[in-house]
Write a protein that binds this ligand. Sequence first.
Ligand SMILES: Nc1ncnc2c1ncn2[C@@H]1O[C@H](COP(=O)(O)OP(=O)(O)O)[C@@H](O)[C@H]1O
Ligand SMILES: [Mg+2]
Length: 345
Amino acid sequence: MISKEAILHILKTVKYPGYSRDIVSFGLVKEIQTETNAVGVLIELTSPSPEIGEQIADAARLALRDGIPGLVDAHVQVKVPTGAPTPPGPVAKNRLPHIKRVIAVASGKGGVGKSTCSVNLACALRHIGARVGLLDGDIYGPSIPLMMGVQHRPEITEEEHLIPPFAHGVRLMSMGFLIPDDQPVIWRGPMIQKTMQQFIHQVDWGELDYLLVDLPPGTGDAQLSLCQIVPLDGGVIVTTPQQASIGVVRKGMGMFEKVNVPLLGLIENMSYFTAPDGSRVEIFGHGGGAMEAQRKGIPFLGEIPILPAVREGGDRGMPAVVSDPTGPAGRPFIQVAQTLRERLG
Ligand SMILES: Nc1ncnc2c1ncn2[C@@H]1O[C@H](COP(=O)(O)OP(=O)(O)O)[C@@H](O)[C@H]1O
Ligand SMILES: [Mg+2]
């Protein structure tokens, strides 16, 4: 009778297709049975690929027949997991050597001030001395050009790279630069993904400490796949107090978790309103963001008040944090930027 060790020894010559390692060292051989002139082997794969299963089964049968003279029956069974789609783990992403940190800004829904926060946070990081880029990931509703006050098309280098326009010390890229305002974008997913890939890899961002990515609002497949295309170092979630209280934030956190992107923290926007007499009016309730952050054990990055200056700044392309960094709108953004910088080390 043939020993199990001898069979394992033979199976060690079977390489996993595409790898230099063998199926034994990958831990895929689950069972070995031996009889006088017969061998039974059970191999279990972890990825649902029937083709690879067949290749391994064939290779294992051959190896056993070659390795054991007189073997009559080599029964090799390969179990391939079915149904379960491959988890959307971090895909092989090209790291960006000139960019230290790539940070996504997300929100559960539109209208919470995600773009407003992205723009002001980018300018606030610049204000505290960082080199910053801002990428508008919202292909359908690009708002960065208007909010940063830039409308001209980016120049193109001889290598067909885009040179990102510069505003308030921040480098920018947006679909809004490339298509006229009145022309709706009706692309499908793959086209958007390709564009984002180009925005990351074919834009001359230069040396950056931070590249912020203003993701499209929501937490669906489109946002998820952008998170996989862009080599993210972390994600920030923008919420309003009432959204946080109904759990929309959790979806945002879930999205980053699914793609293994660390959560850097939560910003609560439109937190409160300061009345002319100086008193604080909490229009949408208070503390939802901080509570949700605490529940989830992630940092609370700060609260941004509702202020006409914030909206007006966005409308005229002069972010509040740029026009009045020490004012009631500027200060909270700079505080958020400082907290974020500390958090990132
Ligand atoms: N803190 C704030 N105070 C006043 N207005 C705000 C504030 N945050 C956002 N807004 C306004 O709310 C609207 C939606 O903001 P926007 O940043 O476009 O949201 P999103 O990107 O989440 O859809 C804009 O008109 C913006 O100027
Ligand atoms: Mg937006």
